[in-house]
Design a binder for this molecule. Structure first.
Ligand code: NAD
Length: 371
């Protein structure tokens, strides 16, 4: 049965439009072969929007994003806009969307595909089969807490201030997402803070535990200090399933987890807002974790798989289309196994394929799976 799903596509700059274009071929395939039709619209964001509209994010674009069921975002930025003041740069486009859509939950999976196990800097046995999810709180904590700033003291020295602050509703809503995600995975949550030295960490730990005891006893909950978690991520990352943590620790730990996989061009992410109690709908934006890669833009070299896997997250988390998401992930796995690689993940003795050739291979594999 055809279903209409409102999807806003924001390709952005650099390799963004190149990889998004390829993903739209998969969307088209889904329409034809899986009878899943999306109500698609597209707009400019970032540097492309600065050039066309004089702003990295038009108010109308933000409103359209809020009214969509999901946003598929490419990447923004480039050296030609680096001369602009910070508050007018392309990156304001993505920050404005995250803020305007109140996307408080950032999901960063770190999955190691068997065929790419050698891309990791860690030993094979440490990362083989790794499939973990870092859930980072994205709109609170020390990056937003007041007071903040740099002040000059009476003796002429200066003081820089940032404030780590979390309220119980903020902790509860991110923990809830963590438990719900774990319910669909291996049912294990590791909550991470520094309750040994920070009061906000004590509150974090207590509130996560309280929510667990009240509503999520089917999920196993453990707590860990952030410094230990950083160490455990490189020592024995497979011990984790879902890691839930705040904005600052999540920023650091998710980058660390990303590097376990060793391949920037393979990593998707999702940012989710709260569920609207009347419609049951939740705002959501999906994007690769890489940037606009100006060094390879326009050369047909970009790896489209992070963007492709962002689509599979979109299907899974915004539309509960797990079977279709699995199809894409299996196609990626099989294509890699067959030795088809873009330049960023190419192995010794392999010839790199172009962005388009990689998508051709994915579509062929999808055809084979759906046959
Ligand atoms: P980057 O992720 O764009 O590139 C880092 C390196 O990885 C480059 O050598 C690039 O060629 C390579 N790379 C990245 N994605 C790839 C892919 N899909 N296939 C093959 N190789 C790939 O990071 P950067 O160079 O630090 O930043 C470039 C621009 O992107 C900057 O303007 C930055 O602000 C912006 N940026 C945007 C986002 C976003 O839109 N969310 C995120 C990060 C960086």
């Amino acid at each position: 049965m055809p279903s209409n799903k409102k999807l806003l596509v924001l390709p952005g700059d650099g390799i963004g439009p190149e990889v998004v274009r390829e993903v739209l071929r998969v969307v088209d395939w889904m329409d034809k072969r899986r009878h899943v039709s999306f109500d698609l619209s597209e707009d400019l964001v970032g540097g492309a929007a600065i050039d066309a509209y004089g702003t990295p994010l038009k108010e109308e674009t933000l409103e359209a994003a809020k009214a969509s069921d999901a946003v598929l975002f490419g990447s923004v930025g480039g050296p030609q806009w680096d001369v602009l003041p910070f508050d007018q740069r392309p990156e304001r486009g993505i920050l404005g969307l995250r803020k305007g859509m109140q996307l408080f939950a950032n999901l960063r999976p770190a999955k190691v595909f068997d065929a790419l196990v050698d891309a990791s800097t860690l030993k094979n046995e440490i990362v083989q089969g790794l499939d973990i999810l870092i859930l980072r709180e994205l709109t609170g904590g020390i990056y937003f807490g007041e007071p903040r700033g740099i002040e000059t003291l009476p003796d002429g020295t200066r003081r820089g201030i940032n404030t780590q602050v979390y309220t119980t509703p903020e902790i509860e809503r991110i923990a809830r997402v963590g438990f719900e995600l774990a319910q669909k995975r291996a049912k294990r949550v590791m909550s991470v803070e520094k309750a040994n030295v920070m009061e906000s960490g004590v509150l974090w730990r207590e509130e996560v535990q309280k929510l667990h005891d009240a509503e999520f006893q089917d999920v196993e909950l453990q707590h860990m200090y952030a410094d230990n978690c950083a160490m455990q991520l490189v020592r024995a990352p497979k011990q984790f399933d879902v890691i839930v943590t705040d904005n600052l620790f999540g920023d650091i730990l998710s980058d660390c987890a990303a590097m376990l996989t060793g391949s920037l061009g393979m990593l998707p992410s999702a940012s989710l807002g709260a569920v609207d109690p009347t419609t049951g709908r939740r705002m959501a934006l999906y994007e690769p974790i890489h940037g606009s890669a100006p060094d390879i833009a326009g050369q047909g070299k970009a790896n489209p798989l992070a963007q492709m896997l962002s689509l599979s997250m979109l299907l899974r988390y915004s539309f509960d289309m797990n079977e279709d998401a699995d199809l894409i992930e299996n196609a990626v796995e099989n294509v890699l196994k067959a030795g088809i690689r873009t330049g960023d993940i190419v192995g010794p003795g392999m010839k790199p394929v172009s962005t388009t050739q990689m998508t051709d291979a994915i579509l062929k594999e999808l055809d084979a799976q759906a046959a």
